[in-house]
Design a protein around this ligand. Structure first.
Ligand SMILES: [Cu+2]
Length: 458
């Protein structure tokens, strides 16, 4: 693959590049998993290829990925390739970009992967139940020259609401979850099961890819006794930096790539804590050092990742659009004042509470236009806001420029927070902009943005 040409030409030249094709088969269907350790029984789950999370898909940047999906569920499904800048028809949004895959039927997704980084895949059909029951998986796009580390590890973080018999509680989309913080589970897993330890060796350097696959839980991870460097967010490289306050905060659907040098002593143990929710902190697992070190001192290789071929938005010439998020309990907006509110629809985007994926776009952007979306969270709740088909620079929060101007596809907004995101609308089609707390999404927190190729009129 011509790396230089790719960087100069952007998305379109990548789409035309004739790299090798990676073939993957995913079967969505019922399965069983040991989510919690014995003596608890196994849990009935929905799974890709029998496991939750499903298989980690690994491709090289610029390769083509072809995924044949077979639906052995009792209901329709799709797959969305979260964060990957795919052509619209491959985006996996039911009825908006494709007919959902009926039970017993198959669909093949095929696209070229433009950006290196950590992504994930999951259904966009009734996600609040399908993702929660286990349908999710990591998608890792490798750089042509990967970072020099001893191990490249993925942790798919998830939580489950289990009953005493270890079965998944069936109360999906209840009013409390929908109107408040979403479905927070009672059992947190790393790569599908409750873990006590993660084995490391003194002197080891690990690239740790975190994926938050939970419906609603926000993680705030602290690695006690270790210096952590964030090298990518939502797949996109960022200037390597220590997390603010020593805590890596990830809303649902967000990812972070960390580099951690294992500077502890052989035989030592250190806690990895999740401290996001006040008074509800818990130990995720322990880093457990082996008795034999890997080497005396950690590697001293550079941490910065090469950039991806993202078009740089011209902030000075950008079209500006306001997007407001309203609703939820304790926000003063519960009374059905917005279009479509009521009957379980408790959230709205620009005044409209969505009841499906097909809706009129909030606005249309000419293809190639730089734009700024000014996001206003008018609610009392956190919301991870996800834009499909693009990655956006987060340029300000509450009127203050951001320090790293990070690229994100999912922007976590605190209660009442404002954020500005900037991007080039270079990917034509109708794209979802929605909250990735899946109960909020199901209760109306979705909108559509249209990117129009030249010569199109609405
Ligand atoms: Cu939300």
């Amino acid at each position: 693959m011509g790396g230089v040409a790719v960087l100069a030409g952007g998305l379109s030249s990548i789409a035309q590049s004739a790299g090798p094709t990676k073939e993957v088969r995913l079967v969505a269907g019922p399965g069983r998993a040991r989510v919690v350790p014995s003596p608890h029984p196994e849990t009935a789950i929905w799974a890709y290829n029998g496991t939750a999370p499903g298989p980690e898909i690994r491709v090289r940047q610029g390769e083509r990925l072809r995924v044949a999906v077979e639906n052995r569920l009792q209901e329709e499904t799709t797959i969305h390739w979260h964060g990957v800048r795919v052509p619209n028809a491959m985006d996996g949004v039911p009825h908006l970009t494709q007919k959902p895959i009926a039970p017993g039927e198959s669909f093949t997704y095929e696209f070229t992967v433009p950006d290196a980084g950590t992504y994930w895949y999951h259904p966009h059909q009734r996600s609040l139940e399908q993702v929660e029951r286990g349908l999710c998986g990591a998608l890792v796009v490798e750089e042509p020259e990967p970072l020099q580390v001893d191990r490249d590890v993925t942790w798919v973080l998830d939580d489950w609401r289990l009953l005493k018999d270890a079965s998944i509680s069936g109360d999906f989309g209840n009013r409390m979850d929908a109107g408040m913080s979403g479905r927070i589970g009672n059992t947190v897993t790393v790569n599908g099961r409750v873990r006590e330890t993660f084995g490391v060796r003194a002197g080891e350097r690990i690239r740790l890819r975190l994926v938050n696959a939970a419906n609603a839980r926000i993680f705030g991870l602290e690695f006690e006794g270790h210096r952590v460097q964030i090298v990518a967010l939502d797949g996109q490289p960022v200037e390597p930096h220590a997390p603010e306050g020593g805590r890596i905060v990830l809303g649902p659907a967000m990812r972070a790539d960390l580099v951690i040098d294992m500077t502890g002593a052989p035989g030592a143990r250190f806690r990895v804590m999740d401290t996001f929710y006040q008074d509800l902190e818990y130990r995720l697992l322990d880093l457990a050092y082996a008795d034999a070190p890997l080497r005396e001192r950690p590697l001293e290789a550079p941490l910065a990742l090469p950039g991806n071929p993202l078009p740089e938005p011209d902030v000075g010439a950008a079209a500006r659009h306001e997007v407001t998020f309203d609703g939820g309990m304790m926000s003063g907006m519960m009374g059905g004042m917005m279009q479509g509110m009521g009957r379980g629809h408790v959230w709205a985007v620009n005044g409209v509470s969505a009841s499906g994926h097909v809706m009129d776009p909030m606005f249309a952007l000419p293809q190639g236009q730089s734009c700024i979306l000014a996001l206003h969270n008018n609610t009392a709740w956190h919301h991870p806001i996800h834009l499909h088909g693009h990655s956006c620079r987060v340029i300000s929060r509450n009127g203050e420029p951001t320090r790293h101007r990070e690229w994100q596809d999912t922007v976590l907004m605190a209660p009442r927070e404002r954020a500005e995101i900037a991007f080039v609308a270079d990917n034509p089609g109708d794209w979802m902009l929605h909250c990735h707390i899946l109960e909020h999404q199901a209760a109306g927190m979705m909108g559509v943005i249209r990117v129009e190729p030249p010569g199109t009129r609405t």
